[in-house]
Ligand binder design. Structure first.
Ligand code: SAM
Length: 303
């Protein structure tokens, strides 16, 4: 496949010429592939390889270090669920922090909540922000909200400097626990998130796949239960272009006002004036997201 002299990275046509195959030690023996129409961007930041390509069936695709982060066709499932599962579980969220999420999709979803007064985002890689604004305007639209403040830096260091009880919600929209996101899955980071939340505040973090990563989920669960003294619940959803077609979320609340993640108290449709209808999230799928298959329930819902 010729693309005006752009060197094809290993994950393009590694398996089938003209296809992107997501080959990673995080999912050995399997690789999801997408047909590539055109490579639109390739770069190397201080943190990771960044690539954007036009696929034939999922729109444009953002890839970091050979791993799909989002596609135009199915990003709504992830962005809407990782945002509205926590924010619809507490009344009147006002101050929200996003860690990672450089594409701007979570910002777009947080801005649907009219009660929110301040949205901060700490993304380590400015190249992701710039590339998203250039190639994914309908996702990076989140940056246009006047309530948003962008910090470029490591989320671990950012949270260490945050005063206690600052936020109602922290959403950790991170890449996988290899590369720059490694520390975002560890207990010290969860402790700094808990400190930054008010009593009864909530965290939602990307929590991998029940088909592929039960060992990672068990670690996240153990750390969450040690650090968060309110509620700790696991939810999951379908995202066709994520490995095994699903992704999970760990939802945690700090000690204080009771948070029942399974039953939304703050339905988004009531006050969403964005003019962009939700494509995936609704109150029924919110509650259903916490229903687990038996093999996962045995490990995750044991108490
Ligand atoms: N939805 C994707 C997923 O589930 O894998 C994540 C998308 S978002 C693009 C992930 C972002 O986390 C990337 O932009 C990456 O640069 C950022 N990131 C990784 N480690 C980080 C850190 N330590 N601090 C802040 N941002 C980080």
């Amino acid at each position: 496949m010729e693309t005006e002299g752009v060197k094809e990275p290993d994950c393009i046509s590694a398996v089938i010429p003209g296809w992107f195959s997501e080959i990673s030690p995080m999912w050995p023996g399997e690789a999801h592939s997408l047909k590539v129409e055109k490579i639109l961007f390739q770069g190397k930041s201080d943190y990771q390889d960044v690539m954007v390509f036009q696929s034939s069936t999922y729109g444009k695709v953002l890839v970091l270090d050979g791993v799909i982060q989002l596609t135009e066709r199915d990003e709504c499932a992830y962005q809407e669920m990782i945002t509205h599962l926590p924010l619809c579980s507490i009344p009147n969220p006002k101050k929200v922090l996003v860690i990672g999420g450089g594409d701007g999709g979570v910002l777009r979803e947080v801005s649907r909540h009219s009660s929110v007064e301040k949205i901060e985002i700490c993304e380590i890689d400015k190249m992701v922000v710039d590339v998203s604004k250039q190639f994914f305007p309908d996702i990076a639209v989140g940056y246009e909200d006047p309530r948003v403040t962008l910090h470029i830096g490591d989320g671990v260091a950012f949270l260490k400097a945050v005063p206690e009880g600052t936020y109602d919600a922290v959403i950790v929209d991170s890449s996988d626990p290899i590369g720059p996101a490694q520390e975002l899955f560890k207990k010290p980071f969860f402790e700094s998130v808990a400190k930054a939340l008010r009593p009864g505040g909530v965290m939602c973090t990307q929590a991998e796949s029940i088909w592929l990563h039960m060992h990672i989920i068990e670690d996240i669960l153990a750390n969450s239960r040690q650090v968060f003294k309110g509620s700790v619940k696991y939810a999951w959803t379908t995202v066709p272009t994520y490995p095994s077609g699903v992704i999970g979320f760990m939802l945690c609340s700090t000690e204080g006002p009771e948070v029942d993640f399974k039953h939304p108290v703050n339905p988004i449709d009531a006050h969403d004036k964005s003019g962009r209808p939700l494509r995936f999230y609704n109150s029924e799928i919110h509650s259903a997201a916490f229903c687990l298959p038996s093999f996962a329930k045995k490990v995750i819902d044991y108490k």
